[in-house]
Design a binder for this molecule. Structure first.
Ligand SMILES: [Zn+2]
Length: 265
């Protein structure tokens, strides 16, 4: 083989790798967008369902919905869509609501559901809200910091500067949850905090196959989890990471695991 021919072959192989890679990226991107559209459509339907109440409004004036199920002694607050680009976290909470609507006897405690805390982010497919703030860095805890490295982690001017954060804080103050479950993507793992007995995470892991982890791998100042951890009521908090944003989890399994969690406290 001549030198020129060899270079030509190497060039063609590199070109092929580039094309395959960019196809995979755009495929992943369009799958993610499709799931976002699905979440938006399901969330929009809540407007016309009188069982859902409006508990707040976002920066851009989008409605934040809430609904209670069950009347048991303890309360579990479940929040999806804290980050707008994590659409399965919204769909999972709506699927849970549908199951509890059909089978209210499945739970022995009260469940309070907020399927999408960040409807601005969902509508535009961003992690942050309509004001460019990461709600999960805007909670009132001693760890809150005005410093940030990446734009999508902008914590806001001060704790609870954002109406979405205020909506979540108010839900905690009004409903006094024993446990908060926050739904996220993409890590595909269950993160119980220090207030949460490991047994509950083990049950959830058994149902879904998601492993248990204790370290997300980076600091999260001003997060919802840091707020609940410091709360005087010693609220349990589970961060539920549903896996890749361009994929959908097994929602039936996720629903089953959430019902286990609701019945735990
Ligand atoms: Zn998230």
């Amino acid at each position: 083989m001549t030198k020129i021919k060899r270079f030509k072959n190497i060039f063609l192989v590199l070109l092929l790798i580039f094309i395959l890679n960019s196809n995979a990226t755009s495929g992943s991107h369009s799958r993610h967008n499709r799931i976002i559209k699905k979440a938006i459509a399901l969330h929009k339907k809540l407007e016309n369902n009188h069982h859902w109440s409006i508990t707040g409004a976002s920066n851009l004036g989008n409605e934040i919905f809430i609904r209670e199920f069950g009347q048991g002694p303890k309360t579990v607050l479940i929040i999806g869509g804290i980050h707008g680009d994590e659409p399965a976290s919204v769909i999972a909470v709506i699927k849970l609501a549908k199951q509890l609507e059909k089978n209210p006897g499945l739970i022995k405690n009260r469940a309070v559901l907020i399927p999408c805390l960040n409807p601005d982010g969902l509508s535009i497919g961003t992690r942050t809200n309509g004001n460019g703030i990461d709600i999960n860095r805007n909670f009132p805890s001693s760890t809150w910091s005005s410093e940030y490295i990446k734009d999508h982690n902008n914590p806001g001017q001060e704790p609870v500067s954002e109406p979405e954060t205020l909506t979540a804080v108010e839900a905690v103050n009004i409903y006094h949850p024993a446990m908060v479950i926050q739904m996220h993507q993409p890590f595909g793992a269950i993160y119980p905090d220090n207030n949460t007995p490991i047994e509950i995470a083990e049950k959830m892991s058994l149902i879904t196959g998601f492993p248990i982890s204790h370290d997300i791998g980076y600091t999260t100042p001003g997060s919802l989890g840091s707020f609940t951890a410091q709360h005087k009521n010693k609220i349990m908090c589970i961060t539920y990471e549903l896996g890749r944003v361009d994929r959908e989890p097994d929602y039936d399994a996720v629903t089953g695991s959430l019902i286990e969690a609701i019945n735990f406290p």
